[in-house]
Write a protein that binds this ligand. Structure first.
Ligand SMILES: C[S@@+](CC[C@H](N)C(=O)[O-])C[C@H]1O[C@@H](n2cnc3c(N)ncnc32)[C@H](O)[C@@H]1O
Length: 327
């Protein structure tokens, strides 16, 4: 098909199969043993043998596994790349976080179900996926900017699974941080992850609404810099004014501090992939590009956009250093 629809449909099935595999015990078995024997793997995990064999053979047809004698399967180089942490993170984020919205989009369109009532995205998979997929910790830029500003204690609004703060405190024994997220699943994952990575004593995480500056007075007055990544655009759901008032209210309540606002960029082109559509399905505000953010942030009344950082290697992210002037 010249339209590319055939590739798209195959990609949908492969993404769903990869999600199944990555959420199953088969992925751990594979890591532990180096290969999977279909019958053993099915019996060990209580899985259906026919489905297990079929899933592995589907991956063979897609070039991810090679089948050896005795129904034993081993990853190919392409399969090894497909199982990389960044690839699995994209699968967790898009398929685990938003896949069920895609299959229900007709009901959303026909107003038979409403986002936020009968259906929501899966917050755990959004947090777990964005930790590697969109997360700024993959990117040295915000960490370098915070260090340059002399920050020690940082608040992360919409911290997801907390990896940005974890990376931040790993960079210096005098660093600490506090993460806030609306999703309890994300906060639980952040706490566990901080403990597991040995920095739980310098990080606090709590459930809260990042747009509620009053409720966050104590939390935010104790930090040097307020940071967020891929959270602020959610406020655009309620219009530009909601984002402008949130940031101006930060200036009102926390004068003399800085807000380092990180956002993934949306270009409204084919390269965005499904990044645009998931925001529509989940009734989020729609992200924008650097000039879109600059023109929005130029309308701030109390806070002031100071500098913009665009990483060379990841031009789909940008960081906006916003001054919250002293009164
Ligand atoms: C795309 S994820 C980014 C997570 C994290 N910053 C990262 O880069 O890995 C957006 C996060 O913002 C959180 N979020 C959205 N609206 C929020 C709000 N009003 N208050 C707090 N967190 C919010 C979501 O629960 C989600 O974890």
């Amino acid at each position: 098909m010249a339209s590319g629809m055939s590739v798209a449909v195959q990609g949908f099935a492969l993404g769903a199969a990869m999600f199944t595999f990555s959420e199953s015990k088969l992925i751990g078995d594979l890591a532990a043993r180096g290969s999977l024997q279909a019958k053993d793997a099915a019996d060990r995990n209580g899985y259906d043998y026919f489905q297990t064999l079929g899933l592995l053979r589907f991956f063979v047809t897609q070039g991810l596994f090679a089948e050896e004698t005795g129904e034993t399967f081993r990853l190919t180089p392409k399969g090894t790349a497909a199982m990389s942490p960044t690839s699995l993170a994209a699968i967790s984020f898009y398929i685990g976080g938003y896949g069920h919205l895609m299959t229900q989009s007709r009901s959303l369109l026909e107003k038979k179900i409403t986002y936020g009532k009968e259906v929501t995205r899966d917050s755990y998979h959004v947090a777990a996926g964005s930790k590697l997929n969109t997360a700024s910790f993959m990117d040295m830029v915000p960490l370098a900017v915070l260090a340059r500003k002399g920050a020690r204690k940082v608040a992360d609004l919409g911290c997801g699974a907390g990896q940005f703060l974890i990376e931040w405190v790993k960079g210096g024994a005098d660093r600490s941080g506090v993460g806030v997220d609306l999703a309890p699943e994300a906060i639980e994952a952040a706490r566990k992850s901080a403990q597991a990575q040995g920095v739980g004593d310098r990080l606090k995480f709590h459930v809260g609404d990042a747009f509620d500056n009053l409720a966050l007075t104590k939390t935010l007055s104790e930090v040097d810099v307020i940071f967020s990544f891929a959270m602020e655009h959610e406020g655009l759901r309620d219009g530009e004014i909601a984002v402008l008032s949130h940031i101006d209210s930060l200036a009102e309540h926390f004068p003399g501090k800085r807000y380092l606002l990180g956002e993934p960029m949306l270009h409204m082109s084919a390269a965005d992939g499904m990044f645009y559509w998931i925001h529509v399905l989940s009734l989020q505000g729609i992200p924008r590009d650097v000039s879109g953010w600059c023109s929005l942030l130029g309308k701030l009344k109390k806070a002031k956009l100071n500098e913009v950082f665009i990483p060379d290697h990841r031009q789909w992210c940008a960081y906006f250093d916003i001054e919250l002037p002293s009164k």
